[in-house]
Write a protein that binds this ligand. Structure first.
Ligand SMILES: Nc1ncnc2c1ncn2[C@@H]1O[C@H](COP(=O)(O)OP(=O)(O)O)[C@@H](O)[C@H]1O
Ligand SMILES: [Mg+2]
Length: 385
């Protein structure tokens, strides 16, 4: 029987995300109704493995089916320019949804290839055109023209365009500034602009990046994505197994809840190994013994991950990890208390703290409070200390 748990891809069942999806709905519904741009954007933020991409994908599907919006999916990547990728995604989406004929929508027309770049291209046709030059005006024009096309050709429901951006924190400051200013110009132009909305997701650092890049931040609904609660975790496990006609004993569910603490990646990973341990061809129920064996295998996987993190840490980083583990375990620790425990000022611990946040070992969800990103890491650190 095929294992329905998905530690590396989108979940079969998206449990416990109704509130997040309805927040996005609240922003998208007026776009479809008024046929104007959304008044603000939505930015989901949270640590890796918490389920941001899964929510974003679900939102894209819903926007298409419920609001008739054409969803353009983009994902930023470190060291790659985002804006050319954005242009490509828009073109591909418009082409594949039949809004424009292949090859008819070009950046050229909307003035993205500006000035010297275009001139070079014309003078020497053999040479590949270098990166087009993007500026606020060109990106704004690109989004407006694409949204207008989506609204005109979007079928019976009218629609417009929804731009989705995953891994937002990975975009360069320069790309982000251009994008956010373009988005801001469109959302300020409530009367003249076509129906358009922007929903993004990123690591916790994305908040700071946005607020420093543009006043755009003021109209953005920032939404912190958290682990699943006990009910949602149970639902994720039960519903995922039920798709294949398998059930779980209450004891098995309890064990998986207490070991994963609802962290979505762990729910899938532990679920996956539990399923694999259950030899389900003979029976249709997952027992406590199956879960115990699954948890042990999953913990081996996770310990390897923990070990890699710990061995990559410098001495000062290790000291900080140990102090956090002792003070708070998996729970948030006050920055001030941490500095005290290390016998230092909050100033002087800040660079180590930032390094660990960049390495995704720590996260600061609430200002002044830091915690480990992965449940169970605190205990591992204490065992190794
Ligand atoms: N609501 C959910 N219910 C069950 N599993 C989920 C849920 N959200 C995410 N997952 C699972 O958690 C893992 C991480 O999800 P993902 O969306 O990629 O997180 P992120 O983008 O925050 O790193 C994936 O294995 C996915 O299948
Ligand atoms: Mg993701």
């Amino acid at each position: 029987m095929r294992n329905p748990f998905t530690p590396r891809s989108l979940p079969l069942i998206l449990a416990g995300r109704d509130a997040d999806l309805s927040l996005i709905d609240q922003v998208l519904t007026p776009v479809a109704v008024t046929r104007q741009p959304a008044e603000g954007a939505v930015v989901l933020h949270g640590v890796r493995g918490i389920g941001k991409t899964s929510i974003l994908r679900a939102a894209a599907t819903r926007a298409a089916s419920e609001q008739g919006l054409t969803a353009v999916w983009t994902s930023a990547a470190k060291g790659q320019s985002y804006l050319p990728a954005l242009a490509t995604s828009i073109r591909r989406t418009l082409e594949s949804s039949g809004i424009v004929a292949p090859g008819t929508w070009s950046l050229d027309e909307i003035g993205v290839n500006l000035g010297p770049v275009k001139a070079t291209a014309r003078r020497n046709r053999q040479k590949p055109v270098p990166h087009p030059e993007f500026n606020v005006g060109a990106v704004e024009e690109m989004l407006r023209s694409a949204s207008t096309l989506c609204a005109e050709h979007g079928g019976a429901r009218g629609g417009g365009m929804l731009l989705l951006m995953d891994e937002m924190q990975a975009a360069s400051r320069a790309d982000l500034a251009i994008l956010l200013n373009a988005l801001q110009n469109i959302s300020h132009d409530q009367q003249g602009a076509p129906p358009f909305a922007f929903v993004a997701a990123g690591l916790p650092s994305v908040r700071g990046a946005i607020t420093s890049a543009a006043t755009f931040g003021e109209r953005t609904a920032f939404r912190s994505i958290k682990s699943l609660d006990q009910d949602a975790t149970r639902l994720a496990l039960v519903e995922t197994a039920r798709e294949s006609g398998v059930s779980l004993s209450n004891e098995a569910i309890d064990l998986l809840w207490s070991t994963t603490q609802g962290y979505p990646f762990f729910v899938q990973l532990y679920g996956f190994h539990t399923w694999a341990a259950a030899s389900l061809s003979k029976k249709k129920i997952i027992t406590l013994a199956d879960a115990q064996r699954g948890v042990a295998t999953a913990q081996n996987d996770v310990n390897e991950l923990f070990a890699a993190r710990l061995s990559a840490a410098a001495k000062a980083e290790r000291a900080m990890m140990t102090a956090i583990a002792q003070l708070g375990g998996d729970e948030p620790v006050k920055r001030l208390d941490l500095a005290d425990a290390l016998g230092k000022s909050t100033q002087s611990i800040s660079s180590v703290r930032s390094q660990l946040i960049d390495k995704a070992v720590l996260t600061e969800e609430e200002r002044g409070y830091i915690q480990f990103t992965l449940p169970g890491f605190a205990q591992y650190v204490l065992e190794q200390a």
